[in-house]
Design a protein around this ligand. Structure first.
Ligand code: SAH
Length: 395
């Protein structure tokens, strides 16, 4: 078995319970074949476990186990972990046809992400190791066993394949015939298409937050960064009026099609889909003195790196400040952040400072994270990326 030697910082990271070691924390000259199963040692030769190696990514190894694994035992280990990931969802996501089946490190399967959208299961194999023919085969066979009636679609992110120095590959259907379907979250129906140029999907991690938001939302709603209508479609069932904003026209087109699927259940009139830059729109609306009873903010990850935190917090604050300004007393703010680099504490502090700046008194109703099918591992902070804070503006 090939061995990889990590320096003291890398060893400390693994001993601290993390599973990644960056290339800069390998001892120079420590190398293995792309995607190899490797034994990890510290610089004194002490064994730290078995890992999957990437020759290209900044994340050079992803630990699979503190125990020794061999090429012979690897497929069995993967099958067992896939089985327990599936079983975990049976317990934590029993009432939905759509959920994340496997979430990479959080399911001890680093590099493998599997989502289920009703009868279409999508697979992303994002590391050199999971791109190996033998491991792909193991994964596919397992998934067919667990989801015998589903179509399997491989979704490829060209950028990630480049980072892993893997040859380009198109998204493709691996089994069955369906690549598109209609799926349901909390009784709300959505279009899914895993292959067409106009890809559709969902932020499955928000499933439980959609339901939570609907428990508090009322009156006139503004859903900012709506994508294909996730929050807006849920809130249209319980609120009088819903407007939703996104800068992506294709996303809004799917949102409108999703609206058609759910129209009969809407208490609101037609949803107003607005194509705009959220920052400009919130500024204009706030300046014009518009008011709402419920505002949802679910922006893309502003802080993609540690260094970007300050700028990201400024962005979050600007959005939240304007939203708080426009909420009527008794109004509800649902404010999300999917930047793992911004901690929950920093996010709450930002919210507090925004509230103080606009002179609003705000009560925190719920501090939420991703749905349970996106599990969080202690010692792996990257798995706790999503924050969703639901607040009530008192005065
Ligand atoms: N709330 C959505 C997910 C939002 S993802 C859901 O529950 O499904 C983030 C969205 O922000 C994307 O749809 C993207 O098109 C949009 N976006 C990114 N930058 C934007 C901007 N400056 N103004 C408006 N929308 C933006």
């Amino acid at each position: 078995m090939q061995a990889i030697v990590v320096n003291q910082r890398g060893a400390a990271r693994l001993r601290g319970g993390h599973v990644w070691v960056y290339r800069s924390d390998l001892v120079p000259s420590s190398e293995a074949a792309p995607g190899a199963l490797v034994e990890v040692r510290d610089d004194r030769g002490k064994r730290l476990g078995s890992a999957l190696y990437s020759s290209a990514s900044q994340i050079a190894i992803r630990l699979l186990s503190g125990d020794e694994i061999t090429e012979d035992s690897l497929p069995g280990l993967l099958r067992a972990r896939i089985a327990s990931a599936v079983e975990f969802r049976r317990r934590t996501a029993p009432d939905t046809d759509s959920y994340r089946v496997i979430f990479s490190e959080a399911d001890l399967l680093p590099g493998l992400v599997v989502d289920k959208y009703n009868d279409v299961v999508t697979i992303q194999m994002v590391t050199q190791a999971f791109d190996r023919d033998d491991l792909r085969q193991t994964v596919l066979e397992s998934l067919v066993e667990h989801f015998p009636d589903a179509s399997l679609v491989e979704r490829v992110d060209a950028h990630i394949r480049k980072l892993e120095a893997l040859p380009a590959r198109d998204s493709q259907i691996l089994r069955g015939e369906r690549t598109s379907t209609i799926f349901t979250l909390n009784g709300v129906r959505f279009h899914f298409d895993g292959l067409s140029g106009q890809k559709t999907g969902a932020f499955l991690d928000q499933r439980e937050n959609y339901a939570a938001a609907a428990r508090y939302a009322h009156g006139e709603v503004l859903d900012v960064f709506t994508y294909q209508g996730g929050f807006a479609l849920h809130l249209a069932r319980v609120c009088q009026r819903v407007a939703a904003v996104d800068s992506s026209r294709p996303a809004l087109e799917v949102a409108e099609q999703n609206e058609q699927l759910n129209r009969d259940q809407h208490r609101s009139g037609e949803i107003e889909w607005i194509e705009a830059n959220a920052f400009d729109l919130l500024k204009d609306y706030a300046t014009a003195g518009r008011q709402y009873d419920t505002i949802v903010l679910d922006p893309p990850a502003f802080a993609k790196t540690k260094r970007a935190i300050t700028t990201a917090l400024r962005g979050y604050k600007e959005l939240n400040l304007r939203a708080l300004k426009m909420l009527r007393p008794g109004g509800i703010l649902v404010s999300c952040s999917c930047s793992f680099h911004v901690s929950e504490a920093e996010f709450l502090e930002m919210l507090g400072s925004a509230a103080a700046d606009v002179g609003r008194v705000v009560r925190v109703l719920e501090k939420r994270g991703a749905a349970q099918d996106h599990p969080v591992l202690l010692n792996l902070p990257e798995t706790a990326y999503l924050k969703c804070v639901i607040c009530e503006v008192l005065t």
